[in-house]
Design a protein around this ligand. Structure first.
Ligand code: AMP
Ligand code: TRP
Length: 327
């Protein structure tokens, strides 16, 4: 059985783009018999940018609740919080001492963040090494990666390969699992939906607030009675990604025929979101109201993931000569 692993940072409540682009595809893969899936919440990574401690665990809960609400089967698979297994930081240190400085200095994401952010800390610099430990520590075979994470996975493979070359087969060298047809979901302003652009749709908002966000989607000023360009209409673009092809076609034809306004389209999108995520919203609400249930799920996930990480560490320590000599 191939072990497929992915992490999502707990910097924000996952939005519609994260759900359609990352969480739902992973849930589908994890339901296939030939896969065993590890999904974790990368809260240690979140410390590179989010410094306030007060609601760190709350953010972990939001991400965990999203996974469960979107149908991730945590009994068959593993759902855990990165920092609940602090052994990963030990592995990070070992890997740090094998990570060439230029490799990290050339990382696109580091270059991008260090040019944008005021707080350029060492954690941001060694971010890919912690990510490598996340992957190598659990003997993962496959890692679903979007474009932005591809280079990080290459670094993980390089680190594992170099270590194995020197010490023998210690790590499983993971493969990137490139998903086809994962389209970029637009935000309410038409740019890529993203936390940093503030243009996202949180499908778990209370009904009234969700409606407000949908009504705020940018549209042009074509009068109600005129034909509209459906393909360039953000409301249609979002609608078509969450409903059946037939229903999408119906909206397209309505828009193109004229006499159907953006207000109608927005109402249809709002109804479709409420319908598509009805069950998920209910599950999410329940879990967020019962954090003890989430903690139990995470604790169980961590206890079922820990033995793997510990075995990997036994292998690594032995090769590097750490640990006391046998009596
Ligand atoms: P981020 O929080 O932006 O790093 O995204 C986490 C995951 O969600 C990554 O796998 C992204 O590829 C995916 N994702 C983020 N934004 C979008 C979007 N607008 N459309 C599709 N997938 C997205
Ligand atoms: N860096 C990833 C992101 O920002 C999150 C992440 C951390 C991750 N560790 C990982 C993804 C291990 C896959 C595997 O999206």
């Amino acid at each position: 059985m191939a072990r497929i692993l992915t992490g999502i940072q707990s910097t924000n409540q996952p939005h519609l783009g994260n759900i359609l682009g990352a969480i739902e595809p992973m849930v589908q893969l994890s339901n296939q018999l030939e896969h065993e899936a590890f999904a974790f919440i990368a809260d240690l990574h979140s410390l590179t940018t989010v410094k306030e401690g007060g609601d760190r665990r709350h953010r972990v809960h939001q991400v965990a609740a999203t996974w469960v609400a979107c149908g991730f089967d945590y009994s068959k698979n593993r759902l855990y919080c990165q920092s609940d297994l602090p052994e990963v930081t030990e592995l990070t240190w070992y890997l740090n001492c094998f990570a060439p400085f230029p490799m990290l200095a050339n990382a696109h994401s580091f270059k991008d963040k260090s040019s944008r952010l005021a707080d350029v800390n060492a954690g941001l610099f060694t971010y890919p090494v912690l990510m490598a430990a996340d992957i190598l520590g659990y003997d993962a075979h496959l890692v679903p990666v979007g474009k932005d994470q591809r280079q990080h996975l290459e670094m993980t493979r390089d680190l594992a390969g170099a270590f194995n070359h020197r010490y023998g087969d210690v790590f499983v060298v993971p493969e990137a699992f490139v998903q086809k047809d994962v389209e970029v979901i637009p935000g309410i302003d038409g740019q890529k939906m993203s936390k940093s652009y503030g243009n996202f749709i949180d499908v778990f908002l209370p009904e009234k607030s969700l409606r407000k966000v949908v009504m705020a989607i940018a549209t042009d000023s074509t009068p109600l009675e005129d034909p509209k360009d459906a393909e360039n209409c953000i409301v249609y673009q979002l609608f078509s990604r969450i409903v059946s092809a037939d229903r999408a076609l119906e909206m397209k034809q309505n828009l193109e025929a004229g006499g159907y306004g953006y207000g109608h389209a927005k109402q249809a999108l709002f109804d479709a979101l409420m319908e598509r995520f009805a069950e998920a919203r209910e599950r999410y609400r329940h879990l967020m109201e019962h954090p003890e249930e989430l903690e139990a799920i995470l604790a169980e996930g961590a206890s079922r993931a820990r033995p793997i990480l510990q075995q990997v560490l036994v292998r690594v320590r032995a090769k590097l000569g750490f640990g006391s000599l046998p009596a």
